[in-house]
Design a protein around this ligand. Structure first.
Ligand SMILES: Cc1cc2nc3c(=O)[nH]c(=O)nc-3n(C[C@H](O)[C@H](O)[C@H](O)COP(=O)(O)OP(=O)(O)OC[C@H]3O[C@@H](n4cnc5c(N)ncnc54)[C@H](O)[C@@H]3O)c2cc1C
Length: 296
């Protein structure tokens, strides 16, 4: 079933010493990235692309590469236990997995006793059956989610121009104006009913999607609900063998050094940034850094 959710949100904070101002000049000699989840490994990858082969990139990871992209093994089968399915508009992930295979599934609605609706190979038949049961609620929903996704896509333009935001509110406002901010303050069910989506559709389709994707109900804020619903659309995919493979692949591509150690402290100094690193059975090591990434 295709009822998951898809936005890989990672907040990349780049703290820089005065040298960082020279982005278009001499590259820094050493960069530390904290965390080897998708945020950290993608950052290592982009930093390598930006600064070239000379710069030394260290990625510090206290747990496993992949972070919240993780799998668990049950009865000799691996299952995604974190970020499971990727949306087709996640252009970075699309790009990252070009060299990896992907799998796709079908959607169904189960009421606890039987399947009320099952996706078939016949698109028109599926449309007719949806309309028969829910009227045009699914079209209204689709248009709503698409409009939000379209605005969300502006994030790639901001990134392409090297634009950064200092708060989540600022980011949301730039993407979708006050509409996005308001969506964080009202419930999903309220927004959908106002949109003209039927209660039956909310109960049979929306509520299960919220439960599966986030373990929540329809009273969650409309913004996060819309993100969750984007994960219930078509054109979803996952990486065969686990999405976490993208992280190890990115680390390899970036030729970054993986250091399996927690970062215990980061200190900003006027002359640069010093990171105190506590390695097992050793004293604290201090290293001058040009640039630091924080995974939050
Ligand atoms: C149950 C669940 C389901 C999800 N489903 C989806 C989905 O279907 N689709 C989707 O797109 N997204 C999904 N997400 C969200 C997605 O998994 C996350 O947004 C994404 O993986 C976060 O990546 P990240 O790199 O920002 O953070 P993380 O993956 O959390 O990586 C941070 C890393 O930093 C390390 N770290 C932290 N502090 C330190 C330190 N001091 N020193 C060294 N290392 C440190 C951690 O060990 C971790 O490995 C889901 C998340 C969860 C939990």
């Amino acid at each position: 079933m295709n009822q998951y959710l898809f936005v890989l949100l990672s907040f990349v904070h780049v703290l820089a010493d005065p040298d960082f101002a020279k982005l278009d000049g001499a590259p820094p000699s050493k960069i530390a990235v904290v965390g080897a989840g998708i945020g950290g490994t993608a950052t290592a990858h982009f930093l390598r692309q930006h600064f070239g082969p000379e710069v030394s990139i260290d990625v510090f990871e206290k747990g496993s590469v992949g972070g919240r992209l993780a799998t668990v093994t049950v009865n000799h089968q691996d299952y995604e236990s974190g970020g499971s399915i990727i949306h087709s508009l996640n252009l970075h992930m699309q790009d990252f997995v070009q060299q990896l295979g992907y799998v796709a599934g079908k959607t169904a609605v189960f009421n606890g006793d039987e399947f009320i609706l099952e996706e078939t190979d016949w698109y028109l038949l599926d449309l007719f059956r949806l309309w028969w049961r829910y009227g045009i609620s699914f079209i209204r929903l689709q248009m709503w989610v698409e409009e939000i996704m379209e605005k969300f896509m502006r994030i790639y333009k901001y990134q392409a121009h090297g634009y950064a935001f200092s708060s989540v509110e600022e980011l949301l406002h730039s993407l979708g104006g006050s509409g996005f901010i308001n969506m964080t303050r009202r419930s999903l069910s309220e927004s959908l009913l106002e949109l003209g989506v039927s209660q039956r559709f909310i109960d049979e389709v929306i509520a299960p999607i919220m439960r599966v994707n986030y373990g929540q109900n329809i009273s969650i804020p409309a913004f996060v609900g819309a993100v969750s619903l984007a994960g219930a659309q078509a054109n979803l995919w996952a990486v065969e063998g686990g999405n976490k493979l993208v992280c190890s692949r990115l680390l390899k591509l970036s030729k970054a050094n993986l250091i399996q150690s927690p970062v215990t402290n980061i200190t900003l100094r006027s002359t640069g940034i010093r990171r105190n690193r506590q390695l097992k059975n050793t004293s604290i090591v201090k290293t001058k850094l040009n640039c630091v990434h924080l995974d939050l």
